[in-house]
Design a protein around this ligand. Structure first.
Ligand SMILES: Cc1cc2nc3c(=O)[nH]c(=O)nc-3n(C[C@H](O)[C@H](O)[C@H](O)COP(=O)(O)OP(=O)(O)OC[C@H]3O[C@@H](n4cnc5c(N)ncnc54)[C@H](O)[C@@H]3O)c2cc1C
Length: 349
């Protein structure tokens, strides 16, 4: 039985494993964190559920629609009815472009990370969690993965790498693989660059609505400290009645300038910026939470085509590094494509 290792249980890695689940291959995912779903991340705190990475997704291709609405249970999905409005650095708030607002926006009642959890459950996927792979070795057609505790996981005929490009580069540089191949692959991966981003969750003791029918406000001139502000209350079962949970994603430039600031300063700055931006009084802050995403969104892409020399040894790639934008459905598509290539490579049906 062929064995495949997938590094990363984000949505691209999980989509690849889900697609391979019906084959005779044994597929093992290795994930450095405790949970599944990667940057499609949710937390539960003080009775609130909130999405602190990706905030919503749209379904704009058939493969992803089939996955979400046919292959996975749909009861937990929640549709977000409000629109995304825009704001500028001077505080002007306006309805967003109707074209960009077309199409349904989705999360899950249990948080956006439910998508990863459902893929694991329904696909009966095997995930080795809290295991960071730090090195790959290739010998006689077989791959061995070494983790940070120096455990070896061996006997894989193929490996799929899905972390953000800078993390994959670091892993390949530590690995025992042909040096020219590593130089070629890491050179291409370096084309994909990522913004860092702070996400701040602000829980307020009272009700706040965003202007008009807005669910979120996005900074259109990219000159504000806040890049995105959204209302978790508009997602079913996320926030108890009588309180408000706002998600402020700080601008990449602001994040860079404040990357090492203490958490309380980040929260105070986010709260102040939101207070100035919204035309209503903000109720008192009850609690707040932050997440510093070192690799939040890619703003340029590496080419999957250029990664093909890796496939000669059974080394495959997926994830948003090859999209150049942070987008859940497109990350899933790269996982599906990798699953298809792995099937062909191993001649499994
Ligand atoms: C703040 C923020 C807002 C966003 N907003 C949106 C949005 O509204 N809509 C949208 O569609 N998209 C959004 N995105 C982007 C979206 O979340 C990503 O494009 C998508 O989740 C990427 O999936 P992936 O599988 O490529 O990568 P990831 O989700 O990053 O998965 C990679 C996985 O690999 C693991 N890993 C890394 N290195 C190792 C290692 N050495 N060993 C083991 N495991 C490892 C990581 O822990 C991670 O789980 C947002 C992202 C962020 C951070």
């Amino acid at each position: 039985m062929p064995k495949i290792a997938i590094i990363g249980a984000g949505l691209s890695g999980l989509a690849a494993a889900f697609q391979l689940a019906e084959t005779e291959a044994e597929v093992v995912l290795f994930e450095k964190s405790k949970g599944f779903s990667g940057r499609a991340a949710s937390r539960t705190k003080n009775g609130c559920r909130y999405d602190y990475g990706a905030n919503y997704f749209k379904v704009n291709c058939n493969d992803v629609a089939a996955l979400l609405f046919r292959d996975l249970p749909t009861e937990g999905l929640c549709r977000i009815m409000g629109d995304v409005w825009t704001f500028t650095a001077d505080g002007t708030i306006e309805p967003g472009d109707p074209k960009l607002n077309a199409g349904a926006k989705w999360s899950y009642k249990g948080g956006i990370s439910s998508l990863g959890k459902l893929l694991v459950e329904v696909g009966n996927l095997q995930v080795t969690r809290e295991t960071t792979i730090t090195k790959l070795e290739y010998e006689d057609g077989s791959w061995t993965l070494i983790d940070e505790k120096l455990n070896s996981h061996s006997g894989f005929e193929a490996v799929l790498l899905t972390p953000p490009a800078p993390q994959t580069i670091a892993l390949l540089n530590e690995s025992e693989i042909d040096e020219d191949l590593v130089a070629h692959l890491t050179g291409e991966l370096a084309q994909s660059r990522y913004h860092s981003q702070f996400c701040v969750a602000l829980n307020l003791a009272g009700t706040v609505t965003l202007p008009g029918n807005a669910y979120a406000l996005i900074n259109s001139d990219r000159e504000h400290a806040v890049a995105w502000l959204s209302h978790e209350n508009q997602k079913a079962e996320h926030v108890p009645a009588g309180e408000t949970l706002l998600i402020a994603q700080m601008a990449p430039a602001w994040t860079q300038d404040h990357y090492h600031d203490p958490q309380e300063d980040i929260i105070a700055a986010a709260r102040e910026a939101v207070k100035k931006l919204l035309p209503t009084e903000l109720p008192p802050l009850q609690w707040a939470d932050t997440q510093r995403w070192r690799y939040a969104h890619p703003y340029s892409a590496a080419s999957l085509e250029a990664m093909k020399p890796g496939a000669e040894l059974g080394l495959f790639f997926a994830g948003d590094a090859f999209i150049g934008k942070g987008r859940i459905p497109r990350a899933i598509e790269t996982g599906f494509a990798a699953g298809k290539h792995l099937r062909q490579y191993l001649a499994i049906g």
